[in-house]
Design a protein around this ligand. Sequence first.
Ligand SMILES: [Zn+2]
Ligand SMILES: [Zn+2]
Length: 380
Amino acid sequence: MLAVGMVRGETGVRSFDVPMPEIKQADEVLIRMKEVGLDGTDFNIVRYGLADIADGRNNIVLGHEGVGVVEDVGSAVKSVAPGDVVVITVRRGCGECQPCLLNQSDMCMTGRFTERGLHKLDGLLTQYAVDREQYVVKVPKAVTRLAVFTEPLSIVEKGIDQLRTIQSRLPWSCDHPNHGYLSLEWGGCKVALVIGAGPLGLLATSLLRLAGAFTYVSDIVPPRHKKAHLVRHMAAKYVDSRTKTAQQLVDFCCTPTGELSIIFEASGAAETALNLIPYMSRSSIYVMTGIPRGDLQIKLDAAQLVRQVVRNNQVIVGSVNSNRKHFEMALNDMTKVNLQFHGMLNEMVTQRYRLEDYVNAFGPRNGKHIKTVVEIDPWE
Ligand SMILES: [Zn+2]
Ligand SMILES: [Zn+2]
């Protein structure tokens, strides 16, 4: 069967003919792949030849945002059955550290984890995949056609989950009984700024808006760009950051309450990310999810930075990857996102390619690009 990935020592994508996988253990699930989303990490791996290929192997199959249909199950599998639409989690724990043993490999302490389509393990840009039941999550019927967004939404779920857990240190953040960080309507009275209106930024915006936060989203595209349109579709405000200094951007976002409760970085632009730190509000949180490439030296006032973080009880937190819990949260919230901001998720897909057309799927993207989806076995 056809699989798409990279060969050791090369840049660019290749196709391979690989054997059809088989169920070998009682807890395994055979999945016919339907769609796989591509993200910035995939494009960077291909462009810069960053594939992390397992020792003793010469290639790796890419793709980690996969949705498929269960074809067959091992004798011990209970949570899914043939015909179910499912998504597959990405990281497999190191088997040594406590977080991994507690099914929280997203917080792995040793770094010796593997990831499907990213680190050592074959990904999902292929026709069939086998995985263990604990890594396979059933998709509710209402969001079958949107399930390709589960993995990126799970990344954002984890970031927001971290932010709510940490900020629950502020039970007095306002005097409404339902606006505490651990309540469902936690976003009430909060102002958030999302940096970057790519897929992760837009998905973060959807969760912040669901929770009721005033949300501003900045990017470096004009206000007529589709990204800005999608921001407005969620009743969030788009800000073209090319026309504003960091100070002006924060002043603008602070208009409703005088404070900026949350900064959510989803662009991976290191200098932009650092430039906003001096403008954090008291007791506020800054969640970083974007991963910059390469090196960047900049000059900053270190004394001022440390003084500010200490004196203002500020939190700067990084968040990467996600575990099964976040996939389940993503599928649950996807139903709500789809109801409240109908059409937004579908509109994010700007490019669709068949698996056979993998060279173009990984090809140059124009300025209008938001999300690429590779169709392996199209929904009828
Ligand atoms: Zn671990
Ligand atoms: Zn409130």
